[in-house]
Design a binder for this molecule. Structure first.
Ligand code: NAD
Length: 92
């Protein structure tokens, strides 16, 4: 059953050209979300406060996606509203 679920496109709206911002993308839940969006063909902006670990994670798991420009890392802190807007500005 789990195998079947993993093959189903989780995000059908991704036929639109969108960049998905995953905050805390280097974490346990965040990195699974990143993987799922990449599987479905999205472009992902991985935002995290932990720059060193995020870069290692991309290098060891998603280097092919990175070469295609499908995933980029942005150092960002989302602990306040103004910081969230500054993250969005960076990604845009
Ligand atoms: N793991 C669980 O079972 C579980 C269950 C319920 C809720 N949660 C909550 O979900 C969230 C993520 O859980 P997780 O297990 O993936 O945690 P995690 O610690 O593995 O990942 C969190 C990630 O967020 C990053 N981060 C922390 N503060 C940040 C900030 N201000 N701006 C940007 N990035 C920041 C960290 O560097 C880390 O990479 C947490 O808030 C956790 O409390 C987790």
């Amino acid at each position: 059953m789990a195998d079947v679920l993993l093959k189903v496109k989780a995000f059908p709206f991704l036929s639109f050209k969108k960049v998905i911002i995953v905050c805390g993308g280097a974490g346990g839940i965040g990195s699974s979300i990143v993987q799922r969006f990449l599987n479905d063909g999205a472009s992902v902006a991985l935002v995290d406060v932990n720059g060193e670990y995020s870069k290692q994670l991309i290098e060891s798991n998603w280097s092919d996606y990175a070469k295609e420009g499908k995933i980029c890392f942005y150092l960002g802190d989302i602990s306040s509203r103004s910081k969230c807007f500054s993250v969005i500005d960076k990604v845009s």
